[in-house]
Design a protein around this ligand. Structure first.
Ligand SMILES: *Cc1c(COP(=O)(O)O)cnc(C)c1O
Length: 376
């Protein structure tokens, strides 16, 4: 059996090596390393794939969030509602811009933002909601968008983990994750579903004026070189990464299918087990399985993880400490006990290996190792 990894990027590269090597060589031959034609082509192809008017490349997914908030002109003291059960990037940029993070609960089944708790946390100072489409499923956008419309709030979708996921509204309209709110952001970190071979990110919007502002912020607040109308940053997607991403994008739906097949295998293998809870599917979103995250109850999570590691199966805890309990974010006045669902999940979640390259032998070994811990 091939050794099992959380994500097998080497195996994935091997299958597209000649195409990728040729694309990289093309950029080297042209020396158009920054904002070259590959970047423009990738932006257009990504916008077309997502069905959104504008896709704007930038340096990484964290910058994408920061640039979105700068382009929306959020001001110090404005409140931004985000989940606590997520990666640190969102709250980091909120804090850096002098905004105030307000943490909302997630739903215990889908791990995504709970719209009812968001409604409770809105105050007169709230300016934006940042749903994170965690682990590959779109958060429940219909009630979140209704709330945002009613209260006049911006919605910034953190779509670093669910590129390609489809959200269906009650009237049957289908939209891609990241294209529903005021603005959407993503990361091309290598292990993401649409990953490059270094750092990269992008921002999406259907709003022409906002798109113009985003491009300006990315480029030192400048539209005409050496004239700076707003305070900006330097955040660009490299041409080499864009050339690689064009190839990855053309395979994205096939990659999603491979992940869904692995997830379906796991679902079948763990069906009916007392302490192993397979990931709940949202009725309104497809799942592209950035992570396949189990909930392990009965206090077995850490011992199961140790048993898996001992038997050659890596497993990860995303995330061991929610943001409201992190040392860096204690200034915002939220404490242990304030978000009970999030605080329970941190002791239950366990993500199994998930990639486009898992074969049946590996999947069978992973499933058998989980079952052997429970003598099942
Ligand atoms: C990966 C990730 C980010 C940050 O992306 P980088 O490209 O690493 O800066 C932000 N939010 C979420 C939910 C992520 O998974």
């Amino acid at each position: 059996m091939k050794p099992i990894q959380m994500v097998d990027l080497v195996g994935q590269y091997a299958k597209i090596k000649s195409e990728v090597d040729q694309a990289i060589q093309g950029v080297l031959n042209s020396a158009a390393f920054i904002n070259g034609p590959e970047v423009r082509s990738f932006e257009q192809e990504l916008a077309a794939y997502l069905g959104v008017k504008h896709a704007i490349g930038c340096a990484n997914g964290t910058d994408a969030l920061q640039i979105a908030m700068m382009a929306l002109d959020l001001q110090p003291g404005d409140e931004v509602i985000t989940p606590s059960f997520t990666f640190v990037a969102t709250v980091e940029v909120v804090a850096l811009l002098g905004l105030k993070p307000v943490f909302a609960e997630v739903l215990p089944g889908t791990f995504n933002m709970d719209p009812a708790d968001v409604a409770r946390k809105i105050t007169p100072r709230t300016k934006a909601i940042v749903p994170v489409h965690l682990f590959g499923q779109t958060a429940d956008m219909e009630p979140l968008m209704a709330l945002a419309r009613e209260k006049g709030l911006h919605v910034i979708e953190d779509n670093c983990q669910a590129v390609g996921s489809d959200y269906t509204f009650a009237d049957g309209t289908v939209r891609k994750a990241g294209t529903i709110g005021t603005v959407g952001t993503t990361s091309f970190f290598p292990s993401k579903n649409l990953g490059c071979y270094g750092d990269g990110g992008a921002i999406f919007t259907n709003d022409d004026a906002l798109a113009k502002r985003i491009r300006q912020v990315c480029n030192h607040g400048s539209e005409v070189r050496y004239y700076h109308d707003v305070v900006g940053v330097n955040s660009r997607l490299d041409s080499i990464q864009a050339a690689i991403l064009r190839i990855k994008l053309s395979n994205l739906d096939a990659y999603g299918k491979a992940r869904q097949d692995a997830a379906a295998f796991y679902d079948r293998a763990f069906a009916g087990m007392e302490h192993v809870h397979t990931p709940e599917r949202s009725p309104s979103s497809t799942h592209v399985f950035h992570q396949y995250t189990l909930r392990i109850t009965g206090g077995h999570r850490d011992a199961l993880r140790a048993h898996l590691e001992k038997n050659g199966v890596p497993a990860m805890i995303y995330y061991p400490v929610p943001l409201h309990l992190q040392k860096a974010y204690q200034a915002y006045g939220i404490r242990q006990g304030d978000l009970p669902v999030t605080e329970r999940l941190m002791h239950e979640v366990l993500s199994l290996p998930m990639s486009t390259e898992l074969d049946t032998e590996q999947l069978e070994h992973i499933a058998a190792t989980v079952r052997s811990y429970f003598n099942a």
